[in-house]
Write a protein that binds this ligand. Structure first.
Ligand SMILES: [Zn+2]
Length: 318
């Protein structure tokens, strides 16, 4: 089984175990990238960093890992609790034609999408010496124009698909939850076709959530491990995990990442790959395996139960 790890590389920090994409928090790149590289190095894991043009000067020049392009168009304010932050890319906002302020590529004219993708690829090529061939769209949002623009800009692989998630500002709802890489149709990016771009969907946990260490606070690390097990037991050729770089500024998420990598690396025939190494595999016939999740749930419930019992006993004896 091949494993890819894709990191949306952007500014931000962690607050209450959630990423806040604050553009003043440059440590989301300058500190997070070397820290993740260190953890990955313990397991010879390969990382594909999808880098926003506005963060390149904070990205270390030699990591030994792969560089892809990550684009957030537009400029909008978002809020989480009392905190506000801006979404968009300062560099692209200043250097590209953008007729809208929307922070999803869907709906931008073809020409403007092509302009942003080309300009972003130029910036990364100037900095790293290699033109990126892997793309990740901000907020997972693409349309048929994006696919056309990616091909025309020389991109070979796209990692924006979150299969089977309900349609919102993005739509990948017609892909099955367990979905292997495919070439899309030019008329419908969710249909198989012959466009020379390989869509490499993110692995999805049951019932529907991207496979990411960032889900651990809500769903438990065991749920992510169960998802890996589900793919592994069925001999799926690829497991694709993703995360946002700012979470790697936080000790809790670094520990989760370390545990996930250790867990995956002890399995036989698991190979960490860069996205650029991923081919279109032969046909697969996956089904939902509930067993690994039930096991994970039991483990969680036992831990929570024992903790509750111990604290009750402690209170009684105090
Ligand atoms: Zn992003």
């Amino acid at each position: 089984m091949d494993v890819v790890i894709v990191v949306h590389t952007e500014f931000g920090y962690v607050h209450n175990r959630e990423v806040v994409y604050d553009k003043r928090a440059t440590q989301g790149v300058s500190q997070a990238v070397p820290d993740l590289v260190r953890v990955a190095g313990r397991y010879d894991a390969k990382i594909t960093f999808a880098v926003m043009p506005e963060v390149v000067e904070y990205f270390p020049s030699e990591t030994g890992h792969e560089i892809g392009l990550h684009i957030h168009p537009g400029w909008e304010e978002f809020r989480t609790g009392d905190l506000t932050f801006q979404v968009g890319d300062r560099y692209l906002r200043e250097h590209c034609e953008q007729s809208r302020s929307s922070t999803v590529l869907t709906g931008y004219p073809y020409k403007e999408q092509l302009g942003m993708i080309r300009t972003g690829a130029d910036v990364l090529e100037d900095k790293f010496g290699t033109r990126p061939t892997t793309f990740v769209s901000g907020r997972w949002s693409v349309d048929n124009n994006t696919v056309r623009a990616l091909v025309d800009a020389g991109m070979e692989r796209d990692c924006s698909a979150t299969p089977h998630s309900p349609p919102c500002h993005h739509d990948w709802s017609r892909l099955p939850r367990i979905c292997m890489p495919y070439h899309p149709s030019g008329d419908d990016y969710q249909e198989k076709g012959s466009v020379p771009l390989l869509i490499v969907p993110v692995s999805q946990m049951f019932p529907a959530h991207i496979a990411s260490p960032e889900a651990a606070p809500r769903m438990g690390l065991s749920w992510l491990k169960a998802c890996f097990d589900e793919y592994y037991r069925q001999e799926m050729p690829l497991f694709h995990m993703c995360l946002h770089s700012p979470c790697m500024t936080d000790a809790y998420f670094l520990r989760i990442m370390d545990e996930v990598l250790r867990f995956m690396s002890v399995h036989k025939n698991v190979h960490f790959r860069f996205v650029s190494e991923i081919p279109e595999y032969g046909p697969v016939h996956p089904s939902t395996l509930i067993g690994p999740y039930l096991l994970g749930m039991n483990r969680n419930m036992v831990t929570v139960g024992v903790r509750a019992l111990l604290s009750r006993l402690h209170r009684r004896s105090a």
